[in-house]
Design a protein around this ligand. Structure first.
Ligand code: NI
Length: 163
């Protein structure tokens, strides 16, 4: 399975709303396998299709024991609040504190098209919210006040120049 190139901010595809997944076939399973492999290689805990250049409603994650494929994901319930550090493979993992719901219920389809609901808390719930945002063309920096968003982007650009 090939490792895919991870798209980086400000590539346009990251801001695109994903198209719904309608075909659940071997091709989709292969794509998910590539996404897992790409995510593990980059030492991430979640990866959305936008991050390999495909505007689709699709993400994979493996975070605190929650390993799943989510097609057509939706956060259907949230409770509480958490303020923790968050980063993104598409923005060089530059961290920033983001406010998210503490507990979130994800509704999505697996790689075979079966609908499921999964409730998680803490880091895994954060991951549900971060990846579902990706599928809707939204990055975690879009949830930051402008000044902090600019700081993350600045640091990301600086670190890119060092490489
Ligand atoms: Ni991300």
């Amino acid at each position: 399975m090939p490792i895919r190139k991870i798209t980086e901010y400000p590539e346009k595809v990251l801001a695109e709303i994903g198209k719904p997944v309608t075909v659940f076939d071997e091709e989709l399973e292969n794509l998910c396998a590539d996404m897992f492999e790409t995510m593990y290689e980059a030492e991430g805990v979640g990866l959305a299709a936008q991050q390999i250049g495909l505007p689709m409603q699709l993400f994979v994650m493996d975070c605190e024991g929650v390993k799943l494929v989510a097609a057509n994901p939706e956060i259907i319930a949230t409770t509480g609040e958490q303020s923790n550090s968050e980063g993104c493979l598409s923005i060089g993992k530059v961290p920033a504190i983001v406010v998210r719901a503490e507990r979130a219920t994800l509704r999505a389809q697996d790689a075979k098209g079966e609908w499921f609901e999964h409730t998680a808390e803490g880091y895994a719930a954060r991951c549900f919210q971060h990846e579902t945002d990706h599928c809707n063309g939204k990055l975690f920096i879009d949830r930051l006040p402008k000044m902090r968003r600019d700081m993350v982007v600045k640091r990301f650009r600086k670190e890119k120049n060092w490489k």
